[in-house]
Ligand binder design. Structure first.
Ligand SMILES: NC(=O)c1ccc[n+]([C@@H]2O[C@H](COP(=O)([O-])OP(=O)(O)OC[C@H]3O[C@@H](n4cnc5c(N)ncnc54)[C@H](OP(=O)(O)O)[C@@H]3O)[C@@H](O)[C@H]2O)c1
Length: 246
């Protein structure tokens, strides 16, 4: 999975098509969507218009827990809208609330993965104990847990818990939920000649957390993937980690 993906929540209709096309032109090869975002068709259109081969782009979509029991038809709809015959990563968008619901939906995903239209399956917004329930019931750990992550939410124990279970963490809303005017970020940004937003995203990468920033602005779309020309020192990482405790 490419470590930098393009987030598409709240992008709809033509702006979704334009933003995803701009992201693909800027070099993103990983797009994050969900049936709930109602933009899979626009993303499919952007993929087609980009001229890229399907195999060059990693596509994540998600199923709502309320679609338990009809996962097969939801998957078919996602495939049709995205204009593809496989999904790279299919996530349960958030844990079902009814008792046993999580296990039932996970089993549906496992069955559909076995049919070959989904490469990897995972979850989103699961706690580690919810993840453990899935592992206990099916013997199969999710490949990924996509969770709300950023400097103010940093918790080493949560990252270590995922690493121990072999689960990749994808962190969402790190830009939106961070005060990008924070002096800690401003100082590090100025030392590296980058923006505070880039510092936040690079900090996630230093922790092996996959990033999926969303933007409609071409200059931000470009900046948010320009993360490999600098690295943070251990002290800089620690000072950003400490924002969770301040
Ligand atoms: N699994 C889930 O439950 C879940 C929940 C939330 C999000 N997600 C996924 O994660 C993706 C990212 O999360 P998100 O969209 O909530 O938040 P985000 O990517 O952290 O932040 C997006 C916001 O930050 C602004 N922004 C983007 N780049 C910036 C930069 N370099 N400097 C300053 N501001 C910047 C954007 O405005 P402009 O567009 O005007 O640039 C937008 O308002 C979503 O799009 C979605 O794919 C998943």
């Amino acid at each position: 999975m490419p470590l930098v993906g393009f987030g598409t929540w709240k992008l709809r209709n033509d702006p979704a098509h334009e933003a995803v096309l701009a992201a693909l032109a800027a070099g993103y090869r990983h797009i994050d969507t969900a049936t709930m975002y109602a933009n899979e068709a626009e993303i499919g259109r952007a993929l087609q218009d980009s001229g890229l081969d399907r195999a060059e782009v990693f596509i994540t979509t998600k199923i709502r827990p309320s679609d338990a029991g009809r996962a097969s038809s939801v998957l078919r709809q996602s495939l049709r809208a995205l204009g593809t015959d496989y999904i790279d990563l299919w996530l349960v968008h958030w844990p079902p609330s009814q008792k046993g619901g999580s296990r039932q939906l996970w089993n549906e995903l496992l069955e559909l993965q076995a049919e070959g239209h989904v490469t990897d399956i995972g979850v989103s917004n699961y706690t580690l104990s919810e993840v453990d329930e899935l592992i206990r019931s099916s013997g199969q750990a999710p490949a990924v847990n996509q969770i709300d992550w950023g400097p103010t939410r940093h918790d080493d124990r949560v990252l270590a818990g995922h690493a121990e279970r072999g689960i990749a963490v994808e962190g969402y809303s790190s830009l939106k939920n961070t005060n990008l005017d924070d002096p800690v970020l401003a100082k590090i940004a100025s030392a590296h000649g980058v923006t505070p937003g880039q510092v936040v995203l690079r900090w996630q990468l230093e922790h092996n957390v996959v990033v999926i920033p969303k933007s409609v602005r071409p200059e931000r779309i470009t900046a948010n993937i320009d993360l490999f020309g600098f690295a943070l020192s251990a002290d800089e990482v620690a000072s950003i980690d400490a924002m969770a405790r301040s």
